[in-house]
Design a protein around this ligand. Sequence first.
Ligand code: CTP
Length: 473
Amino acid sequence: MASLTIRKLDDAIRDELRLRAARNGRSVEDEVRTILREASQPGGLPARHPDVLTDAAPRSRPEAATGQLRVTLIIGGGIAAYKALDLIRRLKERGSHVRVVLTRAATQFVTPLAASALANERCFTDLFDPQSEFDAGHIRLARECDLIVVAPATADLMAKMAGGHADDLATAILLAANRPILLAPAMNPLMWNNAATRRNVAQLKHDGVMMIGPNAGEMAEANEAGTGRMAEPTEIAIAAMALLRPPQPQTLAGKRVLITAGPTHEPIDPVRYIANRSSGKQGFAIAAAAAAAGAEVILVSGPVELKDPPGVVVKRVESARDMLAAVEAALPVDIAIFAAAVADWRVVSEGAQKLKKTGAALPPLVLTENPDILATISKRAGNRPPLVIGFAAETEHLIDNARAKIVRKGCDWIVANDVSPATGIMGGDSNTVHLLTRHGNEIAVDSWPPMGKDGVASALIKRVAEHFEKANS
Ligand code: CTP
């Protein structure tokens, strides 16, 4: 093969080659070899390689054209840096493209290799990296994204930001940024409460920088606790997505929505109870979606391990009877959605003391039926919500049982799902549902494709909003 002298090429072609080589992290010679190899493949090269840019116009990544959201994630040098690796995954699973920048100190805690592997592309560490900086890479990292997230944001990094320093790649990006910035501070509680950090935090907030956390809890240092733990990766990812998404149309503004969620616990004695496997995820997702659509939301939840969704009033209850009382106290509402897996039975007489093994016969557990909250509210004479939606959790004859349930309970719609163990719906993150809607004596069935519980929640709230829009037109 004849040798190729790069210097003898036209200036424009040489510049393009250098640019493309730098973007791909290769030498110019390797880049030429790659181009020749690609050209020898069936179909050859496109007329102009899309990655080769020739003008000074701002460059947007291909993802921008596909609508994928882009995050530049700056990982600071603190022990919480290891959690930032999980944050890469949490952002990616929510559909964003993530470019990672590590400060020099961050590389003491996590390796560029690990960050690159999780991000599926090379990460950036050096302001004076000839491969990325010869065409002002820090400006591109600052601008070719929709949001910059700094996690962990150390006291030092925040001090530099507040003072406008730009002596490394991370601070140069932050100073050059014209995109929103979200910080997830993480430091020792004494550092967080130090007057200098307080001043820097106030300055950064005044400059429009947003923050999530820090949370209170135990520190990496032995026997230390207080405010300074970095927010959990999922919390940061949710906050980031909320900033990235365009504001949602307020289709339920002015509407009051009541939602039940989770299991109920029916006490047997002070330490034992009857329960079920409901996680509450679907009901919480519906509450979050209704609040995001502008509704006033009251969520009555049985015992679950979930945080209050933003903008939702949450009443935590234990038993079916507590749940019914909380639901009745919340009336009147425009829409009531009963997603709770209410225990059907409770013991007739709850033991005042722990039941003891006596060696004799087993203690009899005499059961009685709990009130049916959905049926009680659906059949109310006064204050019946104009739209009452139930759920039908079935393990067989899904649609037939759901049809019978809508009639028996007197509700307007039913969201039916198959909760057989094989579906993984109970406790899982996705759901496959059928929406049954009653129109006089007719019941229409609409089968939705499998989706995340968030997706089911958004689709249901959309249908609710359309229902009211139609009723008002
Ligand atoms: N529900 C309720 N109060 C109860 C039982 C159920 O409000 N005591 C509501 C649920 O929140 C759900 C609907 O009724 O919206 C159907 O619940 P499901 O568990 O599917 O049915 P059950 O009423 O328990 O009937 P079955 O056991 O025959 O399936």
